[in-house]
Ligand binder design. Sequence first.
Ligand code: CS2
Length: 473
Amino acid sequence: MTRLDLGALAGLPEGAGPLADPRSLRTRIVHLGPGAFHRAHQAVHTEQAEALHGGGWGIAGFSQRGRSVVEQLAPQDGLYSLTLRTPDGPRTRVVGQLREALHAADDADRLRALLASPEVTVVTLTVTEKGYRRAPGGGLDTADPLVADDLAGAHVPGSVPGQLAHGLRARRVVCGAPLSVLPCDNMADNGQVVARLVREFVEASGWDDRDTLLAWIDEAVAFPSTVVDRIVPATTDADRDAASAALGVRDEAAVTGEPFTQWVLQDTFAAARPRWEDTGALLVPDVAPYQVMKLRLLNGSHTLLSCLGLADGRETVADAMTAPWAEPVLRAYAAEVAATLPPGLDADGYVDGLVDRFANPAMRHRLGQIATDGSLKVPERWLAPLRDLRAAGREVPVLTGAVAAWARHTRDHRPDDPAAGRLRAAWDGPADRAVPSLLAVLGAEDLAADPVFVAQVRDRIAALDTHGPTVLL
Ligand code: CS2
């Protein structure tokens, strides 16, 4: 089978081509981390805006670590297909908005040149929680080896804060044109988080122009916060085969996702952007209400389902949802957390939607994928509401059980987590120190120092060991 590329577009089945002609685009957006999620979400909204209004909003995607995404996309001229798993069966079509598939280190000069170009007015990021290189307190982790190398003057910046800071430094000198930097990862206040990391990088850089650069960033660079939502499982060989069969050409870069999509953007842009609001995205003054609802209800439920489901021998979210404990546990979790959401949100309706989305039998979203990097996800998803509720004097039985479920997961599996070594060490040390040590890995020294909470978590671990997930009810 020949490979998908620009030359193959004319031969695609009816309705399977890009919404906008890829040849009419130029690079106006730089994206860091062009993995499956970006390709199934922001790139698709951008293509829809392009089809409606033009503008030539092509994207240059820069992979951060591995090279497989570049190897899949570059021979295909950046083209790939998105298969939506709708209730009426899969729908596959090619998306053409990604015009350059590059690597941040191999193509560092191109990255810097694009960030300095006045043609580029938007930078988006999906680099996962760990890609931001934050220390547990939230600031730049200067002890992270990539950050430390960058601060020591590495010629090619390896960390995301380093790449952004170098790019902005070049931009100020080359054109000084305003720019918007939009993180699209699951973190509260993600815009402010990135603004702080970039500033701290510049402050620590030792560059002689750092004060001028910081003043220019304040004036010319916006960091809108965003909330992104679409369930996008890691692509499997079977997905690639099915997409290729539907297209009649081989697609090594195929992605799949659910039909649902949400994008909420803080309306504080500094420069031109695609009209995403005409593609269903919401532009609002403050994304926080949407952010807490999504992080705490959707992502929090996901993490809970992954810990409980893997312990129950389940493989995917949909498979876990067929367990008798799953929906009652999700609803009990949501009922506890809902008290921490801003007033006026329809939490019940949101949870009904989640139950349907999670149960979609056409989606094969592996629990093991969600369980990765738990030490960075748990604080955002569970500890923020847990602290809010405890501060209000409320009981938190389900969240305590959730923390216990995660603790068991770190005990019984070898987690794929940047803190894997410290998690293992917590269990290899004295038994009575295991729970406080795990909480310390989460950056929750306050909870680790609370003997009542520690005893409750320990009790719930034992209860889960004996009785399974229904102890959360
Ligand atoms: C998931 C998210 O892997 C995870 O941690 O909770 O990737 C989730 O599928 C997306 O945020 C949905 O928008």
